[in-house]
Ligand binder design. Structure first.
Ligand code: CA2
Length: 144
């Protein structure tokens, strides 16, 4: 069974330790465990980096390994990175852009996503549980 990649951008390694009123108390390790449980038999490659190039390299890996889908929370790179957008354009299978918070309720600089230009679907505002929702939605997209 082909894997899904779950990619997380800068500062998300600090999840659960800062601004819990926005992001909740769940840590990224707990999010990863939740994802593996939600995915069942589907292999999950779960990564986080504060470095843009590492995220791009994992997107290339997903392309080369024929991944079934990518769920990506690009964090601040959402609003800045044409390089991540370009890498995602080369991925032929479903892409879900995910945000823990509802970025559209926040400051204006969180409103324009480059990644949304290529994403199959966008999930925002469901808190850390949004990752499990994204995995369920991804399975449906893969079966289409
Ligand atoms: O809501 C999200 O998932 C975000 O992608 C998180 C990003 C933010 O730049 C996006 O606008 C929305 C950044 C997360 C900041 O990292 C934190 C980590 C732990 C606790 C608080 C913030």
């Amino acid at each position: 069974m082909k894997p899904i990649f779950i990619l997380n951008g800068p500062n998300l390694n600090r999840l659960g330790k800062r601004e819990p009123e926005i992001y909740g108390y769940t840590t990224l390790a707990e999010v990863e465990a939740m994802c593996r449980e939600a995915a069942g038999k589907r292999p999950v490659r779960f990564h986080q980096s504060n470095i843009e190039g590492e995220i791009i390299n994992w997107i290339h890996e997903a392309i080369d390994d024929g991944a079934a889908g990518i769920i990506i929370n690009p964090a601040a790179f959402t609003f800045t990175s044409i390089a991540i957008l370009d890498a995602l354009k080369m991925f032929p299978s479903p892409i879900i852009e995910l945000h823990i918070s509802n970025i559209h309720r926040r400051e204006a600089y969180y409103h324009h996503s480059f990644v949304s230009k290529i994403a199959t679907a966008v999930i925002a505002g469901l808190g850390p549980e949004g990752y499990a929702t994204a995995i369920q939605a991804m399975e449906k997209l893969i079966k289409k």
